[in-house]
Design a protein around this ligand. Structure first.
Ligand SMILES: NC(=O)c1ccc[n+]([C@@H]2O[C@H](COP(=O)([O-])OP(=O)(O)OC[C@H]3O[C@@H](n4cnc5c(N)ncnc54)[C@H](OP(=O)(O)O)[C@@H]3O)[C@@H](O)[C@H]2O)c1
Ligand SMILES: *[C@@H]1O[C@H](CO)[C@@H](O)[C@H](O)[C@H]1NC(C)=O
Length: 278
């Protein structure tokens, strides 16, 4: 058994490294080829959950710029109305906004059906609605306070997909799932967030939205924004201890004011930028 174990270990590790390099080369060639044949979403019907602010709002704007018809969903009606108005100004032929809570199964059924009965079909579903509860596990006085993260981030995506699936199959459409790097980089104070799928503002919501829609039109299976963050997956796989300690160090409060080193670092960089530009 020991011999077999050693043999398998050697074979799999060597083939992995040889395969990995070729695979990376292959996937970048495929990505280049795909960008030549990217999907034209003009006139297509796109349903976006959590489109009233943040990344979802900017994903809506990018689809609008490309001429897609939109159904935008969230709980805050006044924000949705504003987003819908902007989408129409910047290029969407038609936008409907639907007030709904993705944590409720009946709402998901209702907003999918409303979209399809209004536009006649559905081409893309973007499951983006999500919340980020920031709390140390031991600081929850009532553990049921943690459940909305699972209801919204996890079940919200599942319910929306469940009701949209048949329509997307008919149109040979796409499902775009917005997840988070905390799925592989487990961060302190984000326990319930990490179990499904960032903490540091590494990219603006606007740039994220643009990159995500471009990726969806290219047909990318996976997209990491910002792109360099993809390397953290390898770090996590090969040096999990180092990665966990580093993230723990960056995100754990280091004084009684609950300040984390990343906040201090951001203040320092902002101060330096202001100083240099003045
Ligand atoms: N910000 C980051 O650094 C980051 C990084 C990686 C991944 N993400 C993911 O990106 C997605 C969007 O995040 P964001 O940073 O743009 O957050 P955000 O600005 O807080 O936006 C969240 C959106 O989701 C909606 N939403 C929340 N709960 C909902 C519910 N129960 N039903 C329907 N809509 C709901 C909110 O609208 P209403 O309140 O009006 O309902 C809002 O439009 C999330 O899934 C998040 O996990 C964010
Ligand atoms: C996309 O499709 C629309 C109509 O379906 C067409 O008018 C437009 O020229 C197309 N754009 C590109 C870049 O092919």
């Amino acid at each position: 058994m020991d011999m077999i174990d050693k043999f398998m270990h050697a074979v799999l590790s060597i083939t992995f490294f040889v395969f990995f390099l070729h695979y990376r080369l292959f996937t970048s060639l495929v990505a280049t080829a795909r960008s030549l044949f990217k999907e034209n979403v003009s006139g297509k019907v796109v349903l976006i959950t959590g489109a009233s602010s943040g990344i979802g709002e900017h994903v809506a704007y990018e689809y609008a710029r490309r001429g897609a018809c939109l159904a935008v969903v969230a709980r805050r009606e006044h924000r949705l109305r504003q987003v819908a108005a902007v989408c129409e100004i910047i290029g969407s032929p038609e936008v409907v906004y639907i007030v709904g809570d993705v944590a409720k199964m009946e709402d998901c059924q209702q907003f999918v059906e409303a979209t399809v009965s209004y536009f006649g079909h559905l081409d893309h579903l973007v499951t983006n609605a999500g919340v980020t509860p920031v709390c140390m596990f031991q600081d929850y006085d009532d553990i049921t306070k943690a459940s909305p993260a699972m209801e919204i981030n996890f079940w919200g995506s599942v319910y929306s997909t469940y009701y949209a699936y048949g329509h997307l199959k008919k149109s040979k459409g796409k499902i775009i799932v917005i997840a988070s790097s905390t799925g592989w980089l487990f961060a302190p104070r984000l326990s319930f967030y990490s179990v499904e799928i960032s903490v540091m503002p590494l990219e603006s919501a606007c740039e994220c939205g643009k990159a995500m829609v471009a990726g969806s039109c290219r047909g990318d299976n996976y997209l990491t924004v910002p792109h360099w963050y993809e390397w953290t997956k390898l770090w996590k796989v090969f040096c999990p201890g180092i990665m966990d300690r580093w993230i723990g160090f960056l995100l754990m409060p280091c004084n009684s004011h609950n300040e984390v080193p990343t906040k201090k670092l951001t203040h320092f960089v902002n101060g330096l930028t202001q100083f240099l530009s003045s």
